[in-house]
Design a protein. Structure first.
Length: 185
């Protein structure tokens, strides 16, 4: 009887319950939390030396990264309307599509399972829809949103991209502010 009840509960609940039951990669989760919390200070205290200056953006090395990333950068755009920065990590760079697709899927899974602490006393997470990759596409993106209805994390997102640049595949994880494209402004 108990087994039947447990089975019914598991099958009738949404993915959120399973998300809470499946173990989280603590190393990735802790690293992601440090970066997410650095967003409150516009990533300034994890900003390293300048990587590249351009007319519309300054790019800095990040002193914080997530496991598996080959590099992490902070983008500071020269905008009078929005001065928030963007954090970005390269999770894969190479010519093997299958490996890139595997890293893309795994990065989505790790971000989706992570438990966030926004410092406001309540647990948070990223939620979104996984977009499956295809070798025929040059660009695939999965966006995960916070469920915050107000405050600094209201429009905070995690964006996982799989890019094909003439046979060179790259997987990127970006953390930044972006209004939900599904909303009407």
């Amino acid at each position: 009887m108990i087994l039947l009840f447990c089975s019914a509960v598991i099958f009738s609940t949404k993915a959120q319950l399973l998300k809470n039951v499946i173990p989280v990669n603590t190393s990735f989760n802790d690293s992601l939390n440090r970066i997410v919390n650095a967003y409150l200070n516009n990533y300034r205290h994890i900003q390293g030396k300048i990587f590249q200056e351009q007319s519309d953006v300054d790019i800095y090395y990040s002193t914080q990264s997530v496991p598996g990333a080959s590099e992490a950068l902070i983008y500071r755009f020269h905008s009078v309307e929005d001065s928030t920065a963007s954090w970005q990590a390269v999770m894969y760079n190479g010519d093997n599509y299958k490996e890139a697709a595997k890293v893309y899927k795994n990065t989505y899974r790790l971000v989706n399972k992570s438990r966030l602490n926004f410092g406001n006393g309540k647990a948070a997470s990223f939620n979104g829809t996984y977009t499956g990759p295809s070798e025929d596409l040059r660009f695939t993106s999965s966006i995960l949103y916070t469920q915050e209805e107000s405050g600094p994390y209201q429009y905070f997102i995690a964006n996982i991209d799989l890019l094909n640049n003439f046979g060179n595949w790259e997987v990127r994880l970006s953390l930044n502010k972006k209004k939900d494209d599904r909303e009407k402004y």
